[in-house]
Design a protein around this ligand. Structure first.
Ligand code: CUA
Length: 354
């Protein structure tokens, strides 16, 4: 049985197709990619680091070629659908069938091969440029260890260990200062991704992956774990704080200081060291030398708790120590069953770890 679509509907469809094409084209040429500041929302279109910019260039090339193909194919399809649609009074016979056109077959074989070859070469060159980069002598080296569900960040040459917030110097054209990362996992597969700084790199148990960043603007860059790694995968956030060179030295100097030992917080300190806190956490230079949880030596220098789950304030810290499971269900830190007095003492001690 023949179904005749009313003409109005087909012109509506043509209109819808045309507006979609227009929006796609407008998106591709729009200037939304111009701003030059780190964003608090991750944005792959505003790279502010050398490897991320190289990736953007190749992705724009791929997008442009694919958009061209889409426009040609979509345009021809739309033209054909409209021009050769069924009309009242058609005789119902098939149109003439054409076989064996060498020119046509040659064209639709060679054009795609050339296109794929161009895409392949451009991509291979970018991969080679990014992965083959050789660290200069004064590059900063950082080891990042993925844990369920937080990031351990170690600076082997500086003797600093921190968590979830990586501080690095900015790279300037007069003095380039890239940061080379070694990525390791303590448990399952994670993925390190700070979109404005570089592409994703998987963090795999029993394997050492490498990547580098070279941020060109000071600021805070946000990122996250990009590989599903269990219940709190979504709360495995990352911050990369990029400092001007002298500020980075100041930060590193402060982090190298031994932990504060405030006599006012002695009760909490003694309690902390008599509980199983010390099996999982390190406070440098003390008997607290656990490595399952984040290093607490300079806990209060960090902006968030629970890898970006809540801001690191006195109030949230108290909630966290009272029962981490209410803030980050499933995390490996248990409810320590502290009394209110004990809780206050331990929090008072932790607050001194600046
Ligand atoms: Cu770690 Cu997802």
């Amino acid at each position: 049985m023949m179904v005749h679509l009313p003409r109005k509907k087909s012109s509506l469809r043509a209109l819808a197709a045309a507006s979609f094409l227009f929006i796609a084209a407008a998106f591709l040429v729009s200037p939304v990619f111009a701003a030059e500041v780190p964003t608090t929302v991750t944005n792959i279109f505003r790279p502010l680091s050398i490897p991320a910019q190289a990736i953007r260039e190749v992705s724009f090339l791929v997008l442009a070629i694919c958009a061209g193909i889409f426009l040609v194919v979509g345009g021809l399809l739309a033209y054909t659908v409209v021009r050769f649609r069924q009309r009242p009074g058609d005789d119902g016979r098939e149109p003439p069938q054409i076989y064996g056109s060498n020119q046509l077959e040659f064209a639709w074989t060679v054009i795609p091969i050339v296109t794929v070859f161009v895409l392949f070469l451009a991509t291979a060159r970018t991969i080679y440029d990014v992965q083959g980069a050789i660290p200069p002598a004064d590059a900063l080296n950082v080891t990042v260890v993925g844990h369920q569900w937080w990031w351990e960040i170690r600076y082997p040459e500086l003797g600093i260990v921190t968590a979830n917030e990586m501080h690095v110097p900015v790279s300037e054209s007069s003095k380039r200062r890239p940061t080379f990362l070694k990525l390791e996992s303590a448990d399952v597969a994670h993925s390190f991704w700070v979109p404005q700084l570089a592409g994703k790199t998987d963090v795999i148990p029993n394997r050492e992956n490498r990547m580098w960043i070279e941020p060109l603007q000071p600021g805070t860059y946000v990122g996250n774990c990009a590989e599903y790694c269990g219940m709190q995968h979504a709360h495995m956030l990352l911050r990369v704080i990029v400092h001007p060179a002298e500020d980075f030295e100041k930060w590193a100097m402060a982090q190298r200081q031994p932990p504060v030992d405030d006599p006012q917080a002695r009760a909490g300190r003694d309690l902390f060291f008599s509980t199983s806190c010390i099996n999982c956490h390190t406070v440098r230079g003390t008997q607290a030398a656990g490595t399952f949880g984040p290093d607490l030596t300079h806990l209060m220098s960090r902006e968030t708790l629970g890898a970006g789950t809540v801001p690191n304030t006195a109030e949230k810290l108290r909630d966290w120590v009272r029962d981490p499971q209410t803030i980050k269900e499933g995390c490996n830190m248990p409810d320590m069953q502290l009394t209110d007095t004990q809780l206050n003492q331990i929090v008072a001690y932790l607050l001194t770890l600046k």
